[in-house]
Ligand binder design. Structure first.
Ligand SMILES: Cc1cc2nc3c(=O)[nH]c(=O)nc-3n(C[C@H](O)[C@H](O)[C@H](O)COP(=O)(O)O)c2cc1C
Length: 169
């Protein structure tokens, strides 16, 4: 099974990458092949559905059996660069399971970006799992080696991945 992880911010100093690496480890532990699709590696100047970068991105999404999106909340929504990347594909998403991980510096764990993303993913015809993960207080959630300091997340990730795997036909 192949389930890549979209990392949705290119911000210098982004905390969300710690969440993406943590999820990557957990996905691998579950015996699932994965890799991080980083918005930094799919930069475009303006929205387009054509060109070499779009082709590379579409190939990635075509190969994916399901998707995980790790996104910080920026002004109650998703980063613009994440939307630009998601908009490069359309048909390639259809019918694929997807799970969302929200990230925030505050206590809500990106709850609003998770809801906002659900609208976009519905437009793509993706199968959204019920479980979402909310990484709150992200600046203190990981130590300097990237180890998560709240063990309760491990259990939630297992449930999240179980739902995602069950969604793959
Ligand atoms: C432009 C911008 C807008 C933000 N808006 C929100 C917000 O609406 N809600 C929130 O909880 N955190 C907000 N934050 C703080 C993020 O939660 C914080 O930066 C966190 O570390 C996750 O994002 P990161 O991966 O960019 O570090 C915002 C951060 C930026 C840079």
């Amino acid at each position: 099974m192949y389930i890549p992880i979209i990392l949705g911010t290119a911000r210098e100093g982004r905390q969300s990458e710690k969440v993406a690496y943590y999820i990557e480890d957990k996905v691998k532990e579950a015996g699932i092949t994965t890799k991080i699709l980083d918005v930094r590696d799919f930069r475009i100047e303006a929205t387009t559905t054509e060109g070499a970068i779009v082709k590379r991105y579409k190939n990635e999404i075509t190969k994916a059996e399901a998707l995980i999106i790790v996104s910080p909340e920026y002004n109650h929504a998703y980063p613009g660069e994440l939307k630009m990347m998601l908009d490069m594909a359309y048909n390639e998403y259809s019918g694929k399971p997807v799970g969302i991980c929200g990230v925030s510096a505050g206590g809500l764990g990106g709850a609003r970006v998770v809801e906002q993303l659900r609208l976009v993913l519905a437009a793509f015809g993706m199968i959204q799992i019920k479980e979402s993960l909310y990484f709150s207080n992200v600046e203190s959630l990981f130590d300097t080696k990237g180890t998560i300091q709240d063990a309760s997340y491990d259990e939630r990730v297992v449930k999240f991945l179980k739902q995602l795997k069950e969604g793959v036909k």
